[in-house]
Write a protein that binds this ligand. Structure first.
Ligand code: SF4
Length: 325
C-alpha cells in the first residue's frame, strides 16, 4: 500500500443473490460491484460517478461494511478490513453521509441527541463535555447551537444535511463516504453544502469518496473522478484531465450532457444521446458492458472485456478503441 493512500480497494465484488434452487443454493446473482479497484490518497476527494444502478452507492456501502463484500480486499490506513475488523474502530474513523438526510435522522430524537449519539456509542464524551461538543459541531456546520433542542422535521433539506454532516463529524473521522449528499437538495442549496464539505476538508484534513450521479456535481469538489458503468470502473483520472480529455465513450456521453455557461461554446456543443437504459446487472452484456449503448461498438467489443489501461499520468480507461491506437 502506498504510504499516502488512506484507502486501497482491490478487485472488490458485491453480488446479491436474486434466486435460489429448492436447496437454497444461489442460481442467479445481481452483480452490483464487479471487480473494482481504486485507491484514495489522504486529504483528496475521489468522485465516483455513474447512472442510477451502476453500483456506485453499493461500492461505498461495501467499503464501510454495511454490505459484506463477496470478494476482494479493502485496506484502510494500511490495515485489511474484513468482517472481523469492521467493528467500532472502523466506524469511528470512517463515516458516511447519506443522500436523504431526513430518512437517515431519527425523527423522534432531538438534533442534540442525533449528533450526541455517536459520542455515546464510542464513549467519547459525557455530561458537559458532550453538550460542549454538540454545540461545537453545530457551529462547525453553520447551524445555531439553539437548534440542539429541536427535531429534524423542523428543518429544511439543506439544514438536515448539515445535521447529518455534524453527526458524521462527531467521532472525529478521517475518511467520509458522501453518498449523493446533494442530489436531493435544491440547486441553490447544493453549492452551499459542497462549500461546507470543502471547508471542513481543509480545516479537519478529511478525505472524501464523493458519490454522485452526474459529472457536473463532482467537478467542483473532486481531485480525481472515477466513472462507473454497470458494476465496473470504466475510466479514472484527475478532474482536469477527465473533463478536458475524456477517453471512454460513456464518459464522453455523460460530459456532453453538461451545459456549458458560455453561449458560443454551448451553441456548438454536440450532445451525445445514450440510447436505451442501463442493462440489468443480473445478465450484463458480454465483453464490454457498455456495448449495447455505444456508438463505436465493434465485433471485438462483444467478445472481449476491455481492461483498464494507463494512458499516462494516472489516466486509466477501459475501451478497445484505446488498444487500437
Ligand atoms: Fe464502445 Fe467497444 Fe469501447 Fe466498449 S470497448 S466503449 S463498446 S468501443
Amino acid at each position: 500500500m502506498e504510504q499516502d493512500n488512506i484507502l486501497e480497494v482491490r478487485n472488490l465484488k458485491k453480488y446479491f443473490t436474486v434466486s435460489t434452487d429448492f436447496l437454497g443454493r444461489p442460481t442467479a446473482y445481481l452483480k452490483a460491484v464487479d471487480d473494482v479497484s481504486f485507491s484514495i490518497r489522504k486529504g483528496e476527494t475521489l468522485g465516483l460517478v455513474g447512472e442510477s444502478g451502476c453500483g456506485k452507492s453499493t461500492t461505498g456501502r461495501t467499503i464501510i461494511h454495511l454490505y459484506k463484500p463477496t470478494a476482494g480486499s479493502i485496506r484502510f490506513n494500511g490495515e485489511d478490513i474484513d468482517s472481523r475488523t469492521a467493528g467500532k474502530q472502523l466506524r469511528r474513523h470512517m463515516q458516511m453521509i447519506f443522500q436523504d438526510p431526513y430518512a437517515s435522522l431519527n425523527p423522534r430524537m432531538t438534533v442534540g441527541d442525533i449528533i450526541g449519539e455517536p459520542l455515546d456509542i464510542h464513549g467519547l464524551a459525557a455530561g458537559k463535555e458532550r453538550t460542549r461538543r454538540i454545540i461545537d459541531l453545530l457551529q462547525m456546520v453553520g447551524l445555531n447551537p439553539e437548534y440542539a433542542n429541536r427535531f429534524p422535521h423542523e428543518f429544511s433539506g439543506g439544514q438536515r444535511q448539515r445535521i447529518g454532516i455534524a453527526r458524521a463529524l462527531a467521532v472525529d473521522p478521517s475518511f467520509i463516504i458522501c453518498d449523493e449528499p446533494i442530489s436531493a437538495l435544491d440547486v441553490s442549496i447544493q453549492a452551499q453544502v459542497v462549500n461546507l464539505l470543502e471547508r471542513l476538508q481543509a480545516e479537519l484534513g478529511l478525505t472524501y469518496l464523493f458519490i454522485a450521479h452526474d459529472l457536473a456535481m463532482v467537478k467542483h469538489i473532486s481531485n480525481r473522478v472515477a466513472v462507473m458503468y454497470l458494476g465496473k470502473i470504466v475510466e479514472i483520472a484527475t478532474s482536469g484531465e477527465l473533463y478536458s480529455h475524456p477517453q471512454h465513450p460513456y464518459t464522453q456521453a455523460l460530459l456532453s450532457a453538461i451545459a456549458i455557461p458560455d453561449p458560443d461554446v454551448e451553441a456548438k456543443r454536440e450532445r451525445i444521446l445514450l440510447a436505451g437504459d442501463v442493462p440489468t446487472p443480473i445478465q450484463p452484456p458480454s465483453g464490454c458492458r457498455f456495448r449495447t449503448r455505444c456508438r463505436y461498438a465493434m465485433p471485438v467489443c462483444s467478445e472481449q472485456e476491455p481492461t483498464l489501461i494507463d494512458i499516462g499520468a494516472g489516466h486509466l480507461a477501459a475501451c478497445h478503441l484505446l488498444h487500437k491506437t
